[in-house]
Design a protein around this ligand. Sequence first.
Ligand code: HEM
Length: 233
Amino acid sequence: MSKDGAKTGEQVHLGDPVTVDRYTAGARINHWITAASLVLLAISGLSLFHPQLFFLTALFGGGENTRAIHPWIGVVLFFGFLGLFLRFWKANLWKREDGTWMARLRDVLTAHDERLPEVGKYNAGQKMVFWLMSVLIIILIGSGLVLWDEYFAQYTSVEQKRAAVLIHALAAIVIICVWIVHVYAAIWVRGTVRAMIKGSVTGGWAWRHHRKWLKELVTGKHDDRGGGAKPAE
Ligand code: HEM
């Protein structure tokens, strides 16, 4: 092929695009079950939270059914997230470069990637979302159990339930905000959503956003402070 092959009408063959495995099928199924349960939990919870949103109970077969189903969806979310936690906690441990990344948040938001440190599988923002979700889900399940009269009424007092209602509602509002940040970031950083759909990312995406992770994959060197890279987890 000539150097200016495209001009002379020949096909320029650049080879197959490089892709890098990021998530196993199991991790993706685990993620989407967790994601669906949080969305359903938020809708059913909001429908019980304010009279103006009560119409949403129709999606779950009316008020009584929504009240019965909501805690069970919470149980699914808890175990779904537990699965994600066990898969990903190591890769979300805080590293030295994460402090630098946070200090340069302005460069992150203005896409000055060249001024950012090389990051591993997850950046500091993703790690904060991960740990916030972990803590909030524990608070939600804990306060939710206190409110679950069908099974636990005899173990809790009215005072405990008053406190639990407040904590439960506050934690729910915060996790919905964290979830919005998570989804917004996933869409904003182009090429990320396919990681959770197809299980792979492009080599360019990995080089641009998670260079340390890519280098670990290529060299086979593991970070001995935890969070070492495996092609797909
Ligand atoms: C429903 C909308 C959601 C979308 C579109 C979405 C999208 C994504 C994408 C694209 C990734 C891969 C990011 C990467 O590899 O760099 C990811 C990772 C992840 N997602 Fe979601 N997600 C959603 C909901 C949720 C929910 C509700 C939870 C938990 C309650 C969750 C927890 C996680 C976790 C733990 C990871 C791994 C990242 C880490 O460990 O820091 N996601 N998500």
